[in-house]
Ligand binder design. Structure first.
Ligand SMILES: *Cc1c(COP(=O)(O)O)cnc(C)c1O
Length: 797
């Protein structure tokens, strides 16, 4: 947009006066931020209105991405970038003697998710707007986001994330778009004159769902889509006692701080139905206002089920089409399947969501009837051809449980995994029966990231260097980064690349100093592992590697200086993960205070990992640790973010690591460890003996013994617990098995580090290849192959 610095300053001053009745320099930093955000909101408001009007006028197909988690990160910087006014606004701020970085940092970071799942959903919204696709988010406006993490005596302590205490400037409450969501009661099916059945509800509990819309601004496309988050409120004008009010408010009060196992509590079920019902109702209502015939629904609407939490969208759409639109079952089913698509995010069967029939039937009686009918018809349709056994294994209701992943597959026309390996494993194992029944539904969509946030915004040093080398074309089409390869033998470019990285490490060193009181030397190798704390992600293997270095240094061996940077939250109820957190902090205490090693080895565990902290860490990483047991990490996305800023990946052959290796080149990455096939074979043949591995390797024995022999102070019970998991429970995730290979891989990294030019070449190869992991391309693949929408302006032209 054609904004001048002078116009911006005028607008900004007016906003300060309008909002706070004062001049800019009298405002607090928070108020200055709020006034700035208000101005920026004004700059895209017309485009937002226009985008909606265009979608309607041209009857464009709309995608609705249903997700129980979104992690948008701070929006001010990204909105300025995407509007193309960042430089203008920053020049204006400078003239007003205001520091842009301070203002950006005043924004809260909505943690409406646990990790990868929520971040992916937000990356997709950013990407859809940036390729000009009509795609919107549908989710929950949690009053409290993911807990704030502190460390007290090395232990994780969880504090509530009261992120709405300061008003969230980007959202708009749409009271006039509120809908009613019904729970419980009884359903009576009364025959209508035409023979269909009318569902009449008795004693249902009504809850008001109020939408809050946030603009998703596309990167220089003029396309502004919507993230719609729903809040639960008592229905106005009806009598409510305090207990009833509390019950209603509880629905959208907290994010479940659990990203893998579902505790089956009824409140979670209420949450899921809440945003699904509100979302589907509002889609159908809006569709009827703008289209003559509901039978055209799949031609103009795609609903995407991100993981199983929104799987009951299948049931809710059926309910509306049957009960409110009086369609026949066959017609309603045809439209539903054609509208829905589903992404599976996990291979862990124990994480596949199920609900006890009795709980489901009590809370959602009509949906339960519909699920029963789907189950009945599914069995009848396939039993002859495939037999009782397969049908029973794959039916949506069995053993007293509703199986949401199976329901999602049966009710969708497309099902995808999130990396090549993940999709293959889905087809071969977790969803194999469905692959037999519906092979054409299965497809792979490898996850993606948004280089706008991770490179353009978070790594200005690198972005400036790339601009100077290639011009700005890569900013719109990151595939252009391939052209950096031409500079692989240019010593000046390699030196500049190393210098940019060093500057970023200096910035992170300042954060570490400020947060942990720890001085780290920016010239050391920064070895980064940032992700949720989970046994399968194997932070423990990383700790064992660094304990081995500790021992080697103590014994007089020389190693290049390394700073191990961790960021990770553990689910509050996940005992083992919390013990690993305590272990990492205890090891940090040990090595950071030991003058015999701390010139060469340091550990910085930064608390409260989230999108904003990731933005500080990622540009400063030399090494990206992606060391999950092969066959357990569906895709991973921090692996992509870190390669994009030039980190060298230290990885198992898991998830998207395999695809990263394919494009970056095996010589520019260090891989090690069991393959997924090997791990599965050892598991099913029961040939793994962790204790024997421990006994046979003296280096391994030494670090495992450190857990319990008192050499790491303060971990008596945690050390014992972890040792028990490894030796008595046979090391579920093969940490001991992969230990020797992990050490060898680390020595390869050390050798590479000794040659700064070669290191820079490997970093360059990663940056150059990273463009293809842009979520822009991922959503375009979904658009073509799953949602059947085409963007108005395909990127790259
Ligand atoms: C990218 C991201 C993740 C996902 O990390 P993985 O290493 O792929 O598990 C989790 N949390 C945040 C804040 C992220 O930005």
């Amino acid at each position: 947009m054609g904004l001048t610095t002078a116009q911006f300053i005028k607008d900004y001053k007016a906003a300060a006066l309008h909002l706070f009745a004062d001049s800019l320099d009298n405002l607090s930093t928070l108020q200055q931020y709020q006034a700035l955000a208000f101005v920026v909101k004004g700059y895209y408001a017309k485009d937002w209105v226009q985008t909606k009007a265009n979608n309607e006028k041209h009857h464009r197909k709309q995608v609705y991405y249903f997700s129980i988690e979104f992690m948008p990160g701070r929006l001010l910087g990204s909105n300025l970038l995407n509007l193309g006014i960042k430089a203008t606004v920053e020049a204006g701020l400078e003239r007003l003697a205001l520091d842009p970085v301070t203002l950006y940092a005043a924004e809260g970071d909505p943690g409406l998710g646990n990790g990868g799942l929520g971040r992916l959903a937000s990356a997709f919204l950013d990407a859809m707007a940036s390729v000009g696709m009509a795609g919107h988010g549908n989710g929950i406006r949690y009053q409290y986001g993911l807990f704030q993490q502190r460390f007290v005596d090395g232990y994780q302590v969880e504090l509530p994330d009261d992120w709405l205490r300061d008003p969230y400037v980007w959202e708009t409450r749409k009271e006039n778009r509120a809908v009613i969501v019904k729970y419980g009661g009884q359903v009576e099916l009364r025959p209508r004159a035409n023979g269909s059945l009318q569902a009449i509800y008795h004693g249902a509990e009504d809850v008001l769902a109020v939408p809050y819309d946030t603009a998703m601004v596309g990167y220089r496309t003029g396309c502004v889509n919507t993230l719609r988050l729903w809040a639960a409120e008592p229905v106005p004008g009806r009598a409510h006692n305090l207990a009833e009010k509390a019950r209603v408010n509880a629905i959208t009060q907290i994010l479940y701080p659990d990203d893998s196992d579902n505790d089956g509590r009824e409140l979670r079920l209420r949450q899921e139905y809440f945003f699904v019902s509100a979302g589907v109702q509002s889609i159908v209502t809006h569709f009827k206002r703008t289209h003559a015939d509901l039978h055209l629904l799949p031609q103009f609407i795609a609903i995407h089920i991100n993981d199983t939490h929104p799987a009951m969208a299948v049931l809710e759409l059926m309910r509306i089409l049957l009960d409110e639109e009086e369609m026949t079952w066959e017609e309603a089913w045809r439209l539903t399947v054609a509208t829905m698509s589903y992404t599976n995010h996990t291979l862990m069967t124990e994480a596949l969501e199920t609900w006890p029939e009795s709980m489901f039937a009590g809370l959602l009686p009509r949906l339960y009837q519909i699920a029963q009918e789907i189950d009945h018809r599914f069995r009848a349709a396939h039993v002859q051809q495939y037999g009782e056994l397969l049908v029973d294994r794959s039916a949506p209701i069995a053993n007293g449980q509703l199986r949401m992943a199976y329901l999602a597959v049966i009710g969708s026309h497309a099902v995808n995994g999130v990396a090549k390996l993940h999709t293959e494993l889905l087809e071969q194992s977790v969803l194999h029966d469905f692959y037999t029944l519906y092979p054409a539904r299965f497809n792979n969509k490898t996850n993606g990231i948004t280089p706008r946030r991770w490179v353009q915004l978070a790594d200005p040093a690198l972005a400036t260097l790339i601009d100077a080398t290639l011009g700005p074309g890569w900013r719109r089409d990151p595939r252009a980064l391939q052209d950096l390869r031409a500079h692989a033998d240019d010593p000046a470019f390699l030196a500049a690349l190393n210098a940019a990285k060093l500057a970023n490490k200096g910035r992170l060193a300042a954060v570490i100093q400020q947060q942990l009181g720890l001085y780290v030397d920016p010239s050391a190798m920064f070895d980064v592992q940032i992700k949720r704390l989970h046994a399968y992600k194997r932070q423990l293997l990383h700790v064992f590697g660094l304990l081995d270095s500790y021992r080697a240094l103590k014994a007089g061996e020389d190693r290049p200086a390394r700073v191990h940077v961790f960021g990770a939250k553990a689910a509050p109820s996940y005992r083992y993960a919390k013990s690993v957190i305590k272990l990492i902090n205890a090891v940090a205490d040990l090595v950071n205070h030991d003058p015999a090693v701390n010139q060469k080895l340091q550990v910085a565990f930064l608390p409260n990992y989230g999108v904003s902290l990731a933005e500080a860490i990622i540009p400063a990483a030399d090494v990206s640790e992606q060391i999950s047991l092969a066959g357990t990490e569906a895709s991973g996305t921090s692996n992509m973010k870190l390669m994009a800023t030039g980190a060298i990946t230290l990885a198992t052959l898991d998830g998207a690591n395999i695809e990263i290796q394919a494009v970056a080149g095996a010589e520019n990455m260090v891989t090690f460890g069991l393959t997924a096939t090997e791990a599965t074979r050892m598991q099913s043949a029961h040939t793994y003996n962790a204790r024997a591995v421990y006994e046979a390797d003296p280096r391994l024995r030494a670090v495992v013994d450190m857990l319990t022999d008192g050499s790491i102070p303060g971990i008596a019970s945690e050390g014992r617990e972890i040792r028990t998991e490894l030796l008595d429970y046979n090391d579920t995730y093969f940490v001991l098995e992969d230990f020797a290979a992990y050490l060898a891989a680390n020595r390869k990294l050390d050798a590479l580090w000794a040659d700064p030019d070669r290191w820079a070449q490997a970093a360059l190869a990663n940056i150059a290849a990273s463009g293809q992991f842009s979520a822009d391309f991922t959503v375009q693949r979904y658009g073509r192959e799953v949602w059947h929408v085409l963007p108005e302006q395909p990127i790259g032209d």
